[in-house]
Write a protein that binds this ligand. Sequence first.
Ligand code: CTP
Length: 408
Amino acid sequence: MLKNKKILVGVSGGIAIYKALDLISRLRKQGAEVRVVMTEHATKFINPTLFREISCNPVAVTLWDEQPEFYAEHIKLAEWADILVVAPATANVVGKMAHGLADDLLSSVALAIPVTKPILLCPAMNSNMYANVAVQDNLDELLVRENYFVVEPAEGVLACGTVGLGRLPEPQELLEHIDATLGEWYGDLVGRHILVTASGTREAIDPVRYIGNKSSGKMGFAVARAALSRGALVTLIAGPTKEVAPVEANVINVQSTQEMYDACLEAYPKVDVVIKAAAVADYAPAKVAKEKIKKNNEKLDLTLKKNPDILKELGRQKKKQILVGFAAETTKVLEYAKKKIKEKNLDFIVANDVSQPGAGFDVNTNIVKLIDKAGKVEELPQLTKDEVAHRILDKVLKIEKQNVSRKK
Ligand code: CTP
């Protein structure tokens, strides 16, 4: 969602202003176009030249420029933007926006943003200031308006030495909030609740050992990010992974297949789509040793019992949901994938040959085929996992459209 989006960043005079520079740099790396409006107070902390260089655009500060880039600059900037992000937003700026005051360029731009565009405020201040009833009332007042969104400040050590709520979240988190807000406002998956599973499950042998599947979680996390950036509500049920969860997802961490099964079945009635990217352990030790097993014998036999098939059960209970499975194979990819579609009552499956270079575990690319229940095969070239995720979601939307048309 960030690519080619026009993001107007309002920067007000708080100590967290240094994070705004990093945020702008990240936004541009994602393909967004950025313009910056600074308050006079903000320019006391950082010279606008630095924001100009980072954003690669002129920086606007005052309504009274002798040579403004545009005439009626506050109106033109508001017309230009797809979103206004105020980061950091001081108590003063929040107050002005809540009460419709327009005594400088940033507050005037904020008033000129029409209700058809989102405004995202990222307040950052001392924790007592943030807790003050005046600030909280102002934020409540803004949140009543449909196009206003607020990123809660983080807890931690503040510049003044206080420990508490009031820190501006890290730039990467801010970026994810902006992406999700754009998705919520402009995305084609708004109103859908998508359940994504990711990574492998682990089955305990004893307190220190487990058996599990190879899986980095990269594909599932890419699907979760893509769905959020297109406006979906995302529940992400993940096994152990090094991947960092998207800040806007509802994340449920699990270890074993049984835990993933319980979490999926609980969430299932509330979701519209399930994308089951997790590599689930099919078998678990029949008995888990209470103490660490000692290597006293030359041979160790493990008896395994079959785990429940989560996707099969979801297929059995399926009502309105669109079910998407994954099939990571090393041979007979199409044959096995088609069999799984039938057995698990899927709408389509994402099949790949994990023995191919550029596909499968621990790499950032994948080479997949999307196979639907009618047997239609869509072969995708080698793409990044983020791109594959978007193609999967495109297919979900296509199926949703077909389902709606069939019901008429
Ligand atoms: N799956 C599941 N629960 C299981 C096993 C698999 O939900 N116990 C899901 C996976 O998340 C994936 C799909 O079913 O979306 C296919 O998984 P895969 O491991 O390829 O196939 P299996 O059904 O386990 O069959 P096999 O291991 O024999 O290939």
